[in-house]
Design a binder for this molecule. Structure first.
Ligand code: UFG
Length: 349
């Protein structure tokens, strides 16, 4: 019996697979490599010494999905595949609805057909919109403010309907806060194809000299130093959260939603300072205007995941900075993109 991980070559996926392999699970990866590279799976293999089966297909390819489910005994699915750039989703909403909704529906239909009813779904703290108070609890009102966020919220609603229709399902919805950091080996990490939108990948690109200066988007928020506050969580802690959620799914039925965050908020200025201090590199930065759509402050109440999944984040902000930097400094431009176009994607790594 295997665990199918969609989007397994991506940032969260590759780290999650390492923890799943370390916990002894057999893994099948489904990825279309639209925003990731086969190289990351080769490195997962190098880190763990374990093999996995890889399908280079799109969720929208019905025949491909059929192949995956008919050729394998799948016990559960961890569904991470999806597009995630907020700005792009505003410009190209149909692309986001097509990929994140139609692709997801096709997956759920295949799961239903093959009676695979155990699912971990990757959602986002974006579904809370602008929270009235912090820390944010799972039962806070939900409101997405852009097409990307709406796809996450819609899938959550679809899952509630699905569970309502068939109580044999076991579903965990994980709402991620701000994943940063990288595997401590420095071999895998976040690898945005273009100029990064997110704070920490941007900082590391400035640190490595690929970008000149960080723009701090607003210093007039009602926060401790005026800059935006977020709940940054080490991607390895996040990956371990998936393993705990999967264990819960495998042991019972039901639908549960969990915040995966640390419960602590750091401002943009605090992140710059933490990075400068732990990595010993100055980050040139200047204050610019607010980024449209940003909220002032967001951090989780992670108590539910701690109580019910026996999971909590343990890695510090310093570890997050050091691990992000190790990854970026070990992997200059294009290093990990080897094999993207020229090389055949092998079936097994
Ligand atoms: N920021 C800067 N300069 C930058 C990039 C970001 O000052 O160049 C600031 C932002 O204004 C914000 C903070 O850094 O205050 C964090 O920004 P990120 O873009 O790293 O993260 P967000 O919280 O905006 O977005 C993340 C995910 C989204 C998700 C959202 C809510 O990237 O996918 O959390 O969960 F929707």
């Amino acid at each position: 019996m295997s665990i199918l991980v969609t989007g397994g070559a991506g940032y969260i996926g590759s780290h999650t697979i390492i923890e799943l392999l370390n916990a002894g699970y057999e893994i099948i990866v489904l990825d279309n490599f639209s925003n990731s590279y086969p190289e990351s799976l080769k490195r997962v293999h190098e880190i763990t010494g374990r093999d996995m089966k890889v399908y280079a297909i799109n969720l929208l390819e019905k025949d491909g999905l059929e192949e995956v489910f008919s050729e394998n005994k799948i016990q559960a699915v961890i569904h991470l595949a999806g597009m995630k750039a907020v700005g792009e989703s505003v410009e190209k909403p149909l692309k986001y609805y097509q990929n994140n909704l139609s692709g997801t529906l096709a997956l759920f239909q295949a799961m239903q057909k093959y009676s695979v009813k155990k699912l971990v779904f990757s959602s986002s703290a974006t579904v809370y919109g602008t929270p009235k108070t912090v820390p944010i609890k799972e039962d806070f009102p939900l409101k997405a403010t852009n097409p990307y966020g709406r796809t996450k919220l819609m899938v959550e609603e679809i899952l509630h309907d699905l569970y309502q229709s068939d109580n044999d399902w076991s579903i965990s919805i994980l709402r991620y806060f701000n994943p940063i950091g990288a595997h401590p080996s420095g071999m895998i990490g976040e690898d945005p194809a273009d100029i990064p939108n997110n704070l920490v990948p941007y900082i590391t690109k400035v640190a490595v000299g690929e970008l000149d200066e960080l723009k701090v988007f607003g210093a007039d928020y009602p926060t401790k130093d005026g800059t935006g506050v977020r709940d940054y969580i080490h991607v390895v802690d996040l990956a371990l959260g998936h393993v705990k959620a999967l264990e819960w799914n495998l042991s019972t039925t039901g639908l549960h939603t969990y915040n995966l965050g640390t419960g602590k908020g750091y401002s943009v200025m605090e992140i710059i300072q933490a990075f400068e201090k732990t990595c010993g590199i100055k980050i040139p930065h200047s204050i610019s205007k607010r980024r449209p759509g940003d909220i002032a402050i967001s951090f989780a109440d992670p108590a539910k995941a701690e109580k019910e999944l026996n999971w909590s984040a343990s890695r510090s902000i310093e570890e997050m900075c050091v691990d992000s930097w190790r990854w970026q400094s070990n992997n200059r431009v294009g290093d990990n993109k080897k094999g993207k176009k020229d090389e055949e994607i092998e079936a097994t790594f």
